[in-house]
Design a protein around this ligand. Structure first.
Ligand code: KIV
Ligand code: ZN
Length: 522
């Protein structure tokens, strides 16, 4: 049987950009559109051109970028909106007009008959200009079903190629979506039906799937689920759920989901919650001893699918729930193989920290292990040590920082500027480190322990190398800049320890392969 493919209509750059506080410049929109195209979406809704000149420029830039995806622009059912979208060079126009009584009465102040007339006119006008047309009766799911059917009939007769069903305020259930999809299908067999769900009750993915199972051929989605209020259906959750749980396919290259998510988060400034499915930082992170033990024996004991299918890697965190197996695995990754009695001591110290309410970063674990094993000279010196730090800051000047690091015994210095002294110091460290490893700062968290201006700054960072290896580090100091620098240096040391270990293992494997090849030849 032929596999059913669900079309992905991506609206990250339109509904996603309507997230309160988000505003992208044209070049950023283009960068996201290119990433979406690589990801394999079918349609990119590039924006709502009538809203501003910058929006038009962004949509125009995307339309002429030679992408494979269909480029679409949003328009109200009005000539000026439709003309403006088409002037941006789009392949299709997404025309919308509200159809629920609450919107007709309190927002548009028009009758149902007027709504039908304007919808048909809008669709006919856009079609006459030679583009594909998708029509959205806004707030469909709060619309009387028999009137909804009349809307579908009118826009289908007017030539709409696709009919989208917006659950504008996210009040639908999967059953509601199924009912509206079936109603649309019963009116017109030729029209492609789409669903557009909002996440006000946390049901957007379930509702979109409900619609698709009832026969919708397309879903409106946004990367990271960003959008108005509680957001839209999250593209990554929808695509992976369709594929893994329902045997439905999309054209999404799931291996690119994580990097696309990171890009969208970086450019929109909307932080992804750590426990978000698929792309949240914790989605493949494990602390509990029982889970870690299971994972090390067979990852499917506590993971629903292989992290690499969505461009991720699994990671382990030491903490009060951790056990010997997990800690020993983490230490081995850092090239440390403590004796049984040392391991027991390290685990005890990790649990003590956890009981005191502190999380244990990779850097902390590395330092604990070094202090336990170091007394017996079992471990090497740290690869990177902080030797000096000076910052200059003030008003009407760019803050700068000079950092001196000892890297594998050799002193290196750099001076950088930043938005503040912390940023400048971290930039200087990254500059030094970039000469021998590609390491980027992925997360920076700052907490003040106790109130007052003399509070201790508790800084946690997560750093990543070019191969997606990650490590966390912590710094705790009264001086926020020194605490931040200490955190990143600890994180870098933990990461380098892992990387060095990975390189040593790779070299060892290749040497053994060569040797066994030679033996066979002899
Ligand atoms: O949520 C909604 O109703 C919309 C329409 C413009 C389709 O975003
Ligand atoms: Zn919407």
């Amino acid at each position: 049987m032929k596999e059913r493919i669900v079309r992905v209509f991506d609206t990250t750059l339109r509904d996603g950009e309507q997230t309160p506080g988000v505003s992208l410049i044209p070049e950023e929109k283009l960068q996201i559109a290119q990433a979406l195209d690589r990801l394999g979406v079918d349609v990119i809704e590039a924006g709502f051109p009538i809203t501003s000149k910058g929006e038009q420029e962004g949509v125009r830039l995307i339309a002429k970028a030679g992408l494979s995806a269909e480029i679409c622009g949003l328009a109200r059912a009005e000539k000026l909106d439709i003309d403006t979208a088409i002037q941006c060079g789009v392949d299709s126009v997404h025309v919308f007009l509200a159809c629920s009584d609450i919107h007709l009465k309190h927002k548009l102040h028009i009758t149902r008959e007027e709504m039908l007339k304007r919808s048909a006119e809008g669709v006919r006008y856009a079609k006459s200009l030679g583009v594909k047309v998708e029509f959205s009766p806004e707030d469909s799911t709060r619309t009387d079903l028999s009137f909804f059917r009349r809307v579908v009939r009118r826009v289908s007769d007017a030539g709409a190629d696709r009919l989208d069903i917006p659950d504008t305020v996210g009040t639908a259930t999967p059953e509601t979506m199924a009912r509206y999809v079936k109603a649309a299908k019963s009116v017109s067999q030729k029209i492609v039906v789409s669903v557009h769900c909002h996440n006000d009750y946390g049901l957007a993915v379930a509702n979109s799937i409900g619609g698709v199972l009832a026969g919708a051929e397309q879903a409106h989605l946004t990367v990271n689920g960003i959008g108005e209020r509680a957001g839209n259906t999250s593209l990554e959750e929808f695509a992976v759920t369709c594929q893994n749980l329902y045997g439905l396919r999309t054209r999404i290259r799931t291996g690119l989901l994580y990097e696309t998510s990171r890009l969208v988060s970086k450019l929109t400034g909307v932080v992804v919650q750590p426990n978000k499915a698929i792309i949240g930082e914790n989605a493949f992170g494990h602390e509990s001893g029982i889970h870690t033990h299971g994972i090390l024996s067979n990852p499917f004991t506590y993971e629903p699918f292989e992290p690499s299918t969505v461009g991720r890697i699994r990671w382990f965190q030491a903490g009060k729930h951790a056990g010997r197996h997990g800690i020993s695995h983490q230490l081995r990754q850092m090239g440390l193989t403590p004796k049984e009695e040392h391991l027991r001591l390290i685990v005890d110290k990790v649990k003590e920290s956890g009981d005191e309410g502190r999380s244990v970063t990779d850097g902390d674990l590395y330092n604990i292990a070094r202090s336990v094993m170091g007394e017996r000279r079992e471990v090497e010196e740290r690869l990177v040590e902080l030797e000096g730090l000076e910052v200059v800051t003030g008003i009407n000047r760019l803050p700068s920082a000079s950092v001196k690091l000892k890297v594998r015994g050799e002193t290196r210095e750099a001076t950088e500027v930043g938005v503040g002294p912390v940023d400048a110091a971290l930039n200087a460290i990254q500059k030094i480190v970039s000469s021998f490893e590609e390491i980027s700062l992925k997360e920076y968290r700052l907490e003040a322990l106790s109130g007052g201006s003399n509070a201790t700054a508790d800084v946690t960072v997560r750093v990543e190398d070019a191969y997606n290896n990650m490590a966390s580090g912590r710094g705790m100091k009264k001086d926020i800049v020194v605490g931040s620098v200490e955190a990143i240096v600890n994180g870098i040391n933990a990461l380098l320890a892992k990387t060095e270990r990975a390189k040593a293992l790779a070299a060892d494997v290749s040497a053994r392969k060569k040797k066994s090849g030679r033996t066979r030849e002899n």
